[in-house]
Write a protein that binds this ligand. Structure first.
Ligand code: GDG
Length: 725
């Protein structure tokens, strides 16, 4: 039976050393609860660091035994690992970079080396348990290299990755000296998940620019594998918070707190100590409110919980000092004997007290400068069972994409945050109720259990899609079958597309001329069968490149034909060029606006090339031009087609399929092979008789019977054919 292994930097367990013995308590955090439905079943388990630097063998044994009972297995880290991999590369390099705090990025080779080594350590620990076909779900930024390490060791395993923090724009990623390795590490997974569409978009752009892997609707081709990238906004254990809010324990605490505080309106803020959370900015906004609105003095208090975190990192120490100073200043400025503006706690609270804080507060002020998702805001909404509360939420939190009924603010805009607090304090009961109710119904539906289920379903879907591709991949057996059928055939014919099939793409089309090896293959093959080069290229270029070869050539998708034994080209289809002037004007306009773009004119078509255009801009302009041309095309009865870095407009009745068909008419071929790499070749594939071999280069959807990896593999196959006769 295949098992599922969850992997994260920290195990969901609290480990306390009490009078020489360890005490273990499984964590009740949202993720741990959600994943409980997975790791607690059957042979499944959770692998990660237990959270202490334990180096003595005996203690490690003791911990492993105890963890086993909780269905967990440890990866032990040394003090040095913690310092360089965890506090270092994870929290001083990746964390600031991915949260757009470039000023805090530490670029240290020693950090990177440790990061690599610890990811390896995790990989080894997993391999001690994992079987070749298991499912392994890796979590978060501390383990970006792990998916590929696992893939290399277990090529057939199902590997998923989810990143809990933002994925920043390419402009940030490109700053990191280790950007390529980090991205390569991630694409080892079959499914890569982020909280938001923006994170996913940034990742795809970085992978495109840095690794050169393009994507189609979130699917990338990494080597032979199809990898899916998607967004999965994480939910919370909704019922836990909603039920706790009305539990006796919470109600008792709530009453006690309220009695101590008096009747002020309460603003709650809860965060880990982190510069990404925007704590000083938030305090300044509150300060501004008190400064501008004396009428609120004595009527509103802020409860500010800051949970200690990463206390050894310098930027965190400085942040703590800044917060302490700000709070001190405000409290000393405004406090009265029976009112304190900010109740500041630098510690964490037990769950019941947290629940009481949420449910008794009137407003939650959640204003991170950047946050992957942010669960605090969701927990507040779930806890407001009386629907009498307002959420003020930063636009920079992933959660803002879902919780559109919150008051959304730019956390850097202190005056906008101040106004949002005023709006929240003065909001009508009816509006509060309607906003909270709408957020509650969405959070209830997309809770953490649903999140886990959707993610796992998607993973299964990706695996299935990979299988479909796999079954079409040209393997050794099929290649052998093709070779043997070719050998037996008395009248074989081979249709070969040129660009992308026999040669790779070059940024200047004229540079993709045939090399020595290719000329040898084509002429060698032409001695053994009929070879038809069937290309979109103009007849002059094609004619010059294969001047003295015996091959047949069909140029410009079927407009021109040159037989191997003739020296002249013949017109193979009727061409009426009357439409070109109008269309060229439109294309010219898009060339002017797009540095690097150019127009190629063919006898029956106009082609707009954008392979030399800055990536991204090219796609954007192509989309615009596409809809522009589509509109014009209908008037002229033309067809607009998207190719590999080109947009082509042409007469619809001229295509490779039609040309290939007329070429074969009246002849009896007993072996037909057609190779091509893009949609123009799909016409050829469709036109082929049923028992032909049709092969598409690259792993895109196709009408062809098979896919083959790249031109190098095509050449290998053709050489095999040559050698067989
Ligand atoms: C990362 C991403 C993403 C806080 N104080 C107490 C306490 N908490 C609990 C909250 C909440 C959790 O800690 C904090 O979660 P966040 O999502 O807000 O933030 P990060 O820890 O930075 O998490 C983040 C998340 O991963 C999940 O993908 O949302 O963007 O940065 O659950 O309730 N719990 C208790 N006492 C406290 O004092 N018991």
């Amino acid at each position: 039976m295949n098992k599922t292994i969850i992997v994260s930097n920290r195990l969901p367990v609290n480990l306390k050393l009490k009078s020489g013995k360890f005490e273990f308590k499984a964590s009740a955090g949202g993720l741990a609860t959600g994943l409980g439905s997975i790791y607690k079943q059957g042979e499944n388990l959770w692998i990660g660091w237990p959270g202490n630097a334990v180096e003595e063998n005996e203690l490690q044994q003791e911990i492993s035994t105890e963890l086993k009972k909780l269905k967990m297995a440890p990866v032990f880290l040394t003090k040095e690992d913690i310092e360089l991999y965890y506090e270092g590369f994870s929290n001083e390099t990746i964390w600031p970079a991915f949260h757009y705090f470039t000023q805090y990025i530490n670029y240290k080779d020693a950090y990177w080396d440790a990061y690599y080594e610890v990811n390896r350590k995790f990989c080894d620990a997993i391999l001690a348990y994992a079987e070749p076909e298991d499912t392994i779900w890796v979590h978060d930024y501390q383990l970006l290299l792990l998916p590929m390490m696992l893939r290399e060791a277990l090529p057939d395993a199902t590997i998923a990755f989810f990143q809990h923090i933002p994925f920043p724009s390419y402009e940030i990623i490109r700053m990191l000296p280790w950007r390529r390795q980090l991205l390569e590490g991630m694409v080892g997974a079959d499914l890569i998940g982020f909280h938001t569409y923006d994170d996913m978009r940034h990742f795809l752009s970085a992978v495109g620019r840095i690794l050169g892997l393009s994507n189609e609707s979130g699917y990338i081709q990494a080597d032979h594998r199809l990898v899916n990238v998607d967004s999965f906004p994480m939910g919370i254990d909704y019922d836990k918070f909603a039920n706790a809010a009305i539990s006796q324990k919470t109600l008792t605490k709530r009453k006690k707190f309220k009695d101590q505080l008096g009747g002020q309106k309460l603003l709650i803020t809860i965060d880990r100590l982190d510069y990404s959370k925007g704590i000083p900015q938030r305090i300044r906004a509150f300060d501004r409110l008190l400064d501008q609105r004396e009428d609120f003095h004595g009527k509103v208090s802020m409860i500010m919980v800051v949970v200690p975190s990463r206390a050894k990192v310098q930027s965190y120490k400085e942040l703590k000092t800044e917060i302490d100073t700000l709070v001190g200043r405000i409290n000393s400025k405004y406090s009265t004997l029976n009112w304190v503006p900010i109740h500041y706690f630098y510690r964490s609270f037990p769950f019941e007290e947290l629940s009481a804080f949420y449910s008794m507060s009137d407003i939650a002020l959640v204003t991170p400068l950047r946050d992957g998702m942010n669960l605090v805001c969701k927990e507040f909404v779930a806890s407001k069972t009386d629907q009498d509360g307002v959420l003020i939420l930063s636009e920079m939190a992933g959660a803002s994409k879902e919780l559109v009924d919150a008051i959304l603010v730019n956390p850097n805009d202190i005056s906008a945050v101040e106004q949002a607090i005023v709006a929240a304090l003065t909001m009508s009961d009816e509006e509060k109720k309607s906003r909270i109710a709408s957020m509650q119904s969405s959070l209830k539906k997309y809770d953490i259990f649903q999140w886990v289920e959707v993610f796992m379903d998607r993973l299964a879907h990706v695996k299935q899609k990979q299988q479909e591709f796999q079954s079409k991949a040209l393997d050794r057996n099929i290649a052998a079958e093709i070779v043997s059928k070719f050998k037996e055939a008395e009248r074989p014919i081979v249709f070969l597309d040129y660009d992308g099939t026999l040669v790779g793409f070059k940024s200047r089309p004229e540079d993709a001329y045939p090399d020595e090896e290719l000329l040898e293959i084509v002429s060698g093959l032409a001695n053994r069968c009929e070879v038809v080069l069937i290309s979109g290229r103009d007849k002059e270029t094609l004619g010059k490149w294969f001047e003295n070869q015996k091959v047949e050539m069909i140029a410009e998708h079927g407009v021109w034909l040159k037989r191997g034994d003739q020296s002249e080209w013949e017109l193979y289809a009727d061409v009426d060029d009357g439409w070109k002037d109008d269309i060229r004007k439109v294309m010219d306009y898009y060339v002017l606006r797009t540095p690097g773009a150019f127009i190629e004119e063919k006898h029956h078509s106009l082609v707009w090339h954008y392979r030399k255009v800055e990536s991204g801009l090219g796609d954007l302009r192509m989309r615009e031009l596409f809809s522009h041309l589509k509109y014009m095309a209908s008037g002229h009865n033309l067809q607009v087609l998207e190719g590999n870095m080109v947009l082509e407009i042409k007469r619809p009745d001229i295509n490779k399929g039609r040309a290939a068909n007329s070429f074969m008419r009246g002849n009896e071929y007993d072996f037909i092979l057609a190779l091509g790499d893009d949609w123009t070749d799909e016409d050829t594939f469709k036109a082929m008789p049923k028992d032909s071999y049709t092969i598409r280069v690259g792993y895109d959807y196709t009408q062809a019977n098979y896919n083959i990896k790249n031109p190098t593999e095509v050449r290998k196959l053709l050489k095999q054919l040559m050698g067989s006769k």
